[in-house]
Design a protein around this ligand. Structure first.
Ligand code: Q46
Ligand code: ZN
Ligand code: ZN
Length: 303
């Protein structure tokens, strides 16, 4: 297999794009693609300040790397969740994130949940009545609250996360199986900001996980190979496996599933729902917008 650009030996073959590239051309091509999607979906401009949520994994670190190479002003945000589970998951991912930032002279904001709120995510889960077995719902709630608060308090224009096409397709698959209108409505490459709520963007939403993996490896980015121990056996991993089987038989299926959804959305499939969507108001306790009538779900959990 030869590189389409230079004819040298290709190292990445992307059947979904009918494209094979050598290392150098792949490392140029992927950030260019990402840049194209950033512009296509009007995620942010070179003048805006971006806060990238980094977990120490391949996607978020590679995203940060690409944004820097594309000339965007992007700082990182690492949230230490205090997850150990015998593999020092949080401390190891924090170490890799800090060394990534230091090695490139990038600014990293760190929020330690235990120091900030007095307990780690697994401890919160044990104390709380929610999330009886897995801490994921509490973890998600805390991460959203912290990301949004940091963006607001430090004057960032936009919050970027490293969700790739496989993540988005798996979420879409789950939401479609359940026909969760509310969730489908909120799934988009860009969620516009509202007063008190930062704009949220997913610059990798059109990039396959395989491509992100190849990028991290070929760029020599040191990332944490382990997934969060609590993700084992999750339905989203199961959906990813199902979609991979589909993709294997029909290259491009994952992409077309996600793209068709975006098209349907654009042509007004959810227009009615958008109108009846609940209005957000500021939480009386923390000030972040919420659809709840009293305090937001984060503040409710904390109390
Ligand atoms: S939610 Fe659950 Fe993730 Fe939090 S506890 Fe781990 S798997 S990190 S995306
Ligand atoms: Zn080449
Ligand atoms: Zn609140």
């Amino acid at each position: 297999m030869k590189c389409r650009t230079c004819g040298q030996k290709a190292v990445v073959n992307m059947r979904q794009h009918k494209l094979a590239l050598c290392k150098d051309h792949f490392l140029e091509w992927l950030p260019e693609q990402t840049g194209r999607f950033i512009e296509k979906y009007k995620m942010f401009t070179h003048e805006e300040r971006i806060l990238v949520a980094v977990s120490g994994g391949k996607d978020s670190l590679s995203l940060w790397d690409m944004l820097q190479r594309l000339g965007y002003q992007a700082d990182g945000l690492y949230i230490c969740l205090g997850i150990d589970e015998g593999i020092s998951y949080s401390s190891e991912s924090q170490r890799l994130t800090e060394s990534f930032a230091a090695g490139r002279g990038l600014k990293l904001q760190v929020v330690d949940i235990q120091k900030e709120y007095g307990a780690t995510i697994p401890e919160f889960t044990r104390k709380s009545h929610r999330g009886r077995s897995k801490p994921c719902s509490i973890c998600g709630l805390v991460k959203r609250h912290v990301m949004n608060g940091m963006a607001r308090d430090h004057g960032y224009d936009v919050l970027a996360t490293g969700h790739n096409l496989d993540d988005e397709a798996a979420v879409l698959f789950g939401n479609t199986l359940a026909w969760s209108g509310e969730y489908l409505l909120r799934q988009a490459p860009v969620l516009p900001g509202t007063p008190g709520l930062a704009r949220k963007v997913k610059p990798l939403c059109r990039i396959y996980e395989r491509e992100m993996l190849a990028y991290a490896l070929l760029r020599g980015i040191e990332y944490i190979y382990e997934e969060c121990p609590f993700s084992v056996g999750s339905t989203s991993i199961y959906y990813k496996q199902l979609l991979n089987r589909l993709e294997n038989d029909r290259p491009g299926a994952k992409q077309s599933f996600y793209l068709s959804f975006l098209e349907a959305r654009k042509s007004g499939l959810f227009a009615e729902r958008e109108e009846i969507q609940a209005k957000l108001q500021p939480c009386p306790s923390c000030g972040q917008p919420t659809s709840a009538s009293g305090v937001c779900s984060f503040c409710r959990m904390m109390s």
